[in-house]
Ligand binder design. Structure first.
Ligand code: ATP
Ligand code: MG
Length: 439
């Protein structure tokens, strides 16, 4: 039941809070209106109608008891002076055809009931219209008695003003609630936006400050502190790794220089090969550490990014296939995005012979699939290969160079763009890497 109701609930906080305010108000008002109608309006009208009908019943009795009263003058005088009723007798007349019952009229119902109960003669009433007078006709032996009654005499009028007040007051209340709620919810929206931007690695505007209710302020404070801590940690990591890499590179350069002075031999060649490997590993660490987090997003044509893989494929003697659907210009961090793609396509070139890239860009989403015809990755290793320095066992790897950082860097880049990366099997037989990023 609760789940069924939840399906109808709006998902936004604003709409939900409004419902929380409006629903009890509506229920309360309905109950009050109902009780009021039932107890007050209806019973007062019934009593007023009863007293009018009682007066008329008295007049009817007088007419029937003293038929000798010429032209019923005394009766109409007494009615006028004592009962505030305008009565006259219309001799030789019949009752008009009965009027259709008004759809909702307490007065009509109450009057009809009282007339039937207290006089019990054929009657005709007209309570419709805006006039201040009601008309009641009763069939007597001498003719038809016609009485004009002040509406206020028979009817608890003005009660609709009470209802108007109630509706008016609730409209004012709802307006105040809307204004107030909007102000309360804006800081929460701002916080959500800021957290989203930070998650995508975008800049948070400087005037973003804790605002609104205490709890929201606290959450904003906590978020800002967390952001500062993360930024500090990133800076420290970058600085440390850059320092280490720099120092090691200096040592490597010295090695290389010293090797140049040693007479050429097989061992020297192997040594300088190792030095080259170390150098490229070092570059990899540096790239990983830098993480491209400082780069700003710009408009990038993805075809430009993919183009250089064609030449790369040619030099490596591999096959490369590309299909790009949708708007080619995407908003990403240029060099990070290029590195992401070259890590994925580079893996394909390294572990397979044919690489196929298919990209689709619709709306704000960019989807890129990189597939190859290699051996692929066993599904149980899908999580491991994203870990830094993880490489599948050497027997599988055709190429023993590489540090095992490529996919870790790729995932990093995808996450700082606020996207997702996942592995699967390709129809070509090898690995399929699917990337989705908002762009
Ligand atoms: N297209 C692929 N086909 C088969 N195995 C792959 C593929 N891509 C990655 N792998 C496996 O996942 C491991 C991790 O890949 P990753 O790109 O992170 O590192 P790497 O390619 O070994 O080194 P590098 O840091 O130079 O990219 C690889 O060692 C390889 O075993
Ligand atoms: Mg790689």
């Amino acid at each position: 039941m609760a789940r069924y109701l939840a399906g109808f609930m709006p998902s936004g906080l604003f709409a939900r809070s409004l419902i929380i305010i409006i629903a009890p108000m509506l229920i309360l008002q309905t109950v009050i209106a109902f009780v009021f109608m039932e107890r007050h309006w209806q019973s007062v009208t019934t009593r007023l109608s009863a007293s009018v009908v009682r007066d008329i019943a008295g007049l009817v009795d007088m007419i029937e008891t003293f038929p000798q009263d010429a032209n019923f003058e005394t009766v109409s005088r007494i009615a006028r002076e004592r009962f505030d009723l305008q009565v006259s007798i219309l001799p030789d007349e019949e009752l008009p055809a009965p009027r259709p019952k008004p759809f909702f009229s307490i007065l009509d119902t109450a009057l009809s009931e009282q007339l039937t109960k207290r006089i019990d003669k054929p009657f005709w009433i007209n309570t419709l219209g805006d006039s201040d007078l009601l008309e009641i006709r009763i069939r007597l032996e001498q003719g038809v008695l016609r009485a004009f009654v002040l509406r206020s005499q028979a009817y608890a009028s003005n009660t609709h003003i009470f209802l108007l007040w109630m509706v008016g007051a609730s409209v004012v209340l709802i307006l105040i609630a809307i204004l107030f709620l909007r102000n309360q919810i804006r800081p929460i929206q701002k916080l959500a936006e800021a957290a989203e931007r930070f998650g995508k690695g975008q800049q948070i505007s400087d005037d973003f400050k804790p605002r609104g209710a205490t709890e929201v302020r606290r959450a904003t404070h906590a978020f800002l502190e967390m952001r500062d801590r993360i930024e500090r940690a990133l800076e420290q990591r970058t600085a440390m790794l850059a320092g280490v890499s720099h120092d090691l590179r200096t040592v490597l350069t010295r090695f290389r220089l010293q090797l140049a002075f040693v007479p050429k031999s097989g061992e020297v060649a192997a040594l300088s090969g190792d030095i080259d490997d170390m150098q490229s590993m070092l570059e990899g660490y540096l790239d990983f550490a830098r993480g491209e987090s400082g780069e700003a997003a710009t408009d990038v044509n993805i075809n430009d990014v993919f183009e250089r893989f064609l030449t790369e494929a040619e030099t490596l003697g591999k096959r490369f296939e590309l299909s790009a659907v949708g708007e080619p210009v995407v908003r990403v961090r240029h060099s990070a995005f290029s590195r992401l793609m070259s890590n994925l396509v580079g893996n394909g070139f390294r572990y397979a012979n044919k690489v196929k890239v298919s990209s689709r860009h619709h709306g704000t989403m960019l989807e890129v699939d990189v597939e190859d015809d290699g051996t692929g990755i066993p599904a149980q290793n899908y999580n491991d290969v994203f870990k830094p320095f993880f490489r599948l066992d050497d027997a599988r790897n055709l190429d023993s160079s590489g540090t095992g950082l490529g996919l870790a860097i790729a995932r990093d880049i995808v996450h700082t763009h606020g996207g997702k990366i996942s592995l699967g099997e390709s129809e070509l037989g090898g690995l399929k890497v699917s990337v989705t990023i908002p762009a």
